[in-house]
Design a protein around this ligand. Structure first.
Ligand SMILES: [Zn+2]
Length: 184
């Protein structure tokens, strides 16, 4: 491990000594959880901040970015820049794509800036959408039919379900007419 001194030492968040210096770790290991799975990551020549007294390691934004990039690669997820580029190649705004996929525009924005890592299922959906023209056409047609039928339903989602169950319940306990009996 090479220790490179650049500035006055910072205060350590662990031992509170002013002994934190920029450092380049030849091998940095981390275990990160994402979307219900755990990933063992190793970064080579990772630029961090290390306390020379207690050994505590801190990451700045750049070091964090590199770590999440490694996580994306390990999980096989699309890069933020790729998501943006493929969306733009289709001539879609963030708002338009978010609407077609029924996700929040702010969510898509965070995927494209790297502030958030998409779930595996959403990554699959993005890939399918980008790769398959029939799927894009299908989503567009769903959108066209849902907007042509007027305002979206606003009622609470539980009400139609409970009404439906109640109707089914009545139907089974109050049969109309005489029930057929097996011949004795
Ligand atoms: Zn320390």
């Amino acid at each position: 491990m090479a220790l490179i001194m650049k500035a006055h030492p910072w205060k350590c968040g662990t031992c509170f000594e002013r002994a934190v210096f920029p450092a380049t770790l030849a091998s940095y290991h981390a275990r990160l959880d994402h979307d219900g799975r755990s990933y063992e990551l190793e970064l080579i020549d990772h630029h961090v901040f290390k306390c020379t007294r207690c050994g505590a390691v801190q990451l700045d934004d750049e070091a964090e970015d590199r770590l999440t990039q490694a996580l994306r690669a390990a999980a096989g997820l699309l890069d933020p820049a790729v998501i943006r580029a493929r969306r733009e190649a289709l001539g879609l705004t963030q708002k338009a794509l978010a609407n077609l996929l029924k996700i929040a525009e702010s969510t898509l924005s965070r995927w494209e800036t790297g502030a958030q890592i998409q779930q595996r299922v959403m990554d699959r959906l993005l890939r399918a959408f980008f790769d398959l023209e029939p799927l894009r056409d299908y989503f567009q047609s769903l959108e066209a039919s849902s907007t042509s039928t007027g305002a979206p339903a606003q009622g609470p989602p539980l009400q139609p379900l409970s009404v439906g169950l109640a109707a089914e319940y009545r139907g089974s306990t109050h049969p109309t007419g005489t029930s057929p009996r097996p011949a004795s």
